[in-house]
Design a protein around this ligand. Sequence first.
Ligand SMILES: Cc1cc2nc3c(=O)[nH]c(=O)nc-3n(C[C@H](O)[C@H](O)[C@H](O)COP(=O)(O)OP(=O)(O)OC[C@H]3O[C@@H](n4cnc5c(N)ncnc54)[C@H](O)[C@@H]3O)c2cc1C
Length: 503
Amino acid sequence: MLDTLERADSAGAAGKAEHFDVLIAGAGISGIGSAYHLQQQCSGKSYVVLEMKDTFGGTWETHKYPGVRSDSDLYTFGYRFKPWVGAPIASADEILKYMGEVIEENHIGPNIRYGHRITACKWSSADNRWTIEAIRLADGSKATFTCNFLWMCQGYYDHEKPYIPDWEGLSDYKGHFVHAQLWDPRTDYAGKRVLVIGSGATAATVVPAFAEKAAHVTMLQRSPTYFFCSENKNELADRLREIGIDEPTIHRVVRAQIMYDQDMMTKRCQTEPEVVFEELKELVRAFTGKPDFEFEPHFTPKYRVWQQRLAFCPNGDVFRAAVEGKVTVVTDTIDRFTEKGVRTSSGEEIEADIIVAATGFRLSVMGDIPFSVDGKPVNWSDTVTYRGMMFTGVPNMAWVMGYFRASWTLRVDMMGDFVCNLLNHMDKIGTKRVDVQLRPEDAGMPLAPWIEEDNFNPGYLMRGLDKLPRRGDKPEWRHNQDYWAEKDQIPATDLTGAEFKYS
Ligand SMILES: Cc1cc2nc3c(=O)[nH]c(=O)nc-3n(C[C@H](O)[C@H](O)[C@H](O)COP(=O)(O)OP(=O)(O)OC[C@H]3O[C@@H](n4cnc5c(N)ncnc54)[C@H](O)[C@@H]3O)c2cc1C
């Protein structure tokens, strides 16, 4: 009641903070999903979503390179509450349309403030609330909000500054150089020689897309990647549709099927990685129609299958383009850029009209927003993570960090339940503050970097490990990237456990 009065009061007074029970940072797939769960499960709570862009979508709005699409299936990358009715792999536009429907159908739109960049998050123990400072990008004016609980859904990478290695001679290059994240869709590449640097999921998408119109595409990779070739269809979904099953049931059943299959695949990758690699190769042979397809040296990765996300390859398109001579793969490192292209360490010069860096992201922990608790700046690497969701020393705050090997959004739904249960529990016991804290049995627990390098090691996380919170060696203090364990553990969380301190 007090909050409601304060909100009405502050909204009317220019320059004063607006108060909400919950403030959600970011209107990407995490922020929109979190808003939905909050509305559904904590219906009395007021909330606002602050988004710096002029529209929703996050990742799917930022990336505009040719062919941009998901590499997970949308039955699991879509929310559990909104059936996906299309082909499993979706374009960015299709994902944006889906998210737009979620916003529309659930009347989330009026709660989103676009064009608001959060610049500081300050916790006050005296007031038991956060003060969130933001800038309205339209006119540069300042806006201040207060909230009881802060739900960080700002993603994990810098949307404006991608990762570009410090290449020698880059300024000598006279052609068009761009990072894939900053690709302008008006760029004409028809009939041009395109060089793509990288071999991850982005490269796997742009290389065949460029090959459709470019004169030639070269994919220059430092090291090979595993590719999973498949048709973009789900036979079970198609069959269930054919026999008239309703879409919510299809969504539920197909999600279960995909998650089961992925679980089996993950286990097999660990127990019989060679067999799995042979199967991946067999798919390449089938899609290219080349039983003698040569995998050495460009398609034999050095890391273990599943240490990084498998790059999806619809209908074997990368391999077919290579077989047809539209794409050349070079496995080498860059010595330097030249006026006409790139010289590799082995001395080969690759000339190109357009060079596209598909070299990944620049990790951005909490959006690089300065956080403070009672005036003291938060250094994330001094904190310990509670299941990759909350952090010691930082009250009333959760961060949505999804899965990398399974669909990110599975964790958005799961965390939606967790945060709402936590908020409802706090209301029930009449408390305004929750901290996560190491328990007596955690005393002396060894702390390690956030990510287990031998388990999952994409470059952008490895480059930023020193900025990330730390983990312990027990399930409560790790973000283990294991959906199949967490799907049982997180819903079963005992909110009265000693790891939660209410005050
Ligand atoms: C090209 C590409 C393809 C991908 N494909 C898949 C896939 O198929 N499957 C999968 O599981 N994962 C995929 N991922 C990972 C993907 O990023 C996540 O799945 C998911 O989209 C992240 O959603 P998010 O809402 O957490 O973060 P984001 O999409 O990064 O959205 C964060 C939002 O927060 C806003 N924001 C950030 N800082 C501030 C601030 N200071 N103030 C206000 N607003 C702020 C941003 O503008 C943005 O809108 C892909 C990533 C990329 C880049």
